[in-house]
Design a binder for this molecule. Structure first.
Ligand code: SAH
Length: 222
């Protein structure tokens, strides 16, 4: 799957354009998010024989029993982050590297943590390594509950797995004025929350709609 040369044909671009239009109809308004998602060929993150479903608006299984998030979810979370070029972003849950690539396409500096060794090892040969090199996209094998204190503080933090609570160490690693977007477990679903860290270190919380994510689990899995 990964590493082999993949083509982004006229047909793929057409399918991607239709997906982007459908996201706009579903309420995504940040044109920078939509442009970035137009730029990243989602089918590169799928096995070749499955690429026909890459432009459907649905999540899909990847290795290690995890999933590549639904395009709408990627768009929604990224929009909530109010991304600016040069933002330093921490992602928890690398998975397929799709979300991280969308962030890189927006001109950010991305650090992304994955707890599944199998998925982390696949990042050795991530699909867009020529376009977004390791100088802008850094992969870390570790436990997202710990964050990345050595690189903190971050302008933005995005959690792409369902968290049981807001991890305090991640809050600590957010810049004053920074934003964290995190789905938190609530009654069988995950409530999308956006946390704003104030200059005095206090936090504001906004709640959005419900989503379903794979769980955020403690520790690492070799
Ligand atoms: N952002 C990914 C979505 C992957 S699904 C993409 O674009 O494809 C969520 C990922 O979070 C899974 O790969 C899962 O292994 C990972 N995860 C769960 N708990 C974690 C933790 N504590 N630290 C880091 N990653 C975690």
């Amino acid at each position: 799957m990964r590493g082999e040369k993949r083509e982004d044909t006229h047909k793929h671009k057409g399918q991607r354009k239709e997906l982007i239009d459908s996201l706009r109809k579903k309420g995504i308004t940040d044109e920078n998010v939509l442009t970035a998602m137009m730029e990243v060929p989602r089918h590169f993150f799928f096995d070749k024989d499955l690429e026909h479903i890459a432009y459907e608006d649905r999540a899909f299984p990847i290795a290690a029993d995890q999933t590549i998030s639904q395009p709408y979810t990627v768009a929604f979370q990224t929009q909530l982050l109010k991304i600016k070029p040069k933002d330093k972003v921490l992602e928890i849950g690398t998975g397929s590297t799709y979300q991280a690539s969308v962030l890189a396409a927006m001109g950010t500096r991305v650090f992304t943590i994955e707890r599944q060794k199998e998925l982390f090892d696949l990042t050795l040969n991530y699909p867009l390594k020529d376009k977004y090199p390791r100088s802008v996209l850094t992969f870390i094998f570790g436990d997202g509950f710990e964050g990345m204190p050595g690189q903190a503080p971050f302008d933005k933090i995005i959690i792409t797995c369902g968290a049981p609570f807001i991890p305090p160490k991640l809050l600590d690693q957010l810049k004053p004025g920074g934003l964290m977007v995190i789905p938190v477990e609530m009654d069988e679903h995950h409530k999308m929350l956006r946390i704003t860290k104030n200059a005095d270190g206090t936090y504001e919380e906004e709640a959005f709609s419900d989503f379903s994510f794979v769980p955020m689990l403690p520790g690492t899995n070799r």
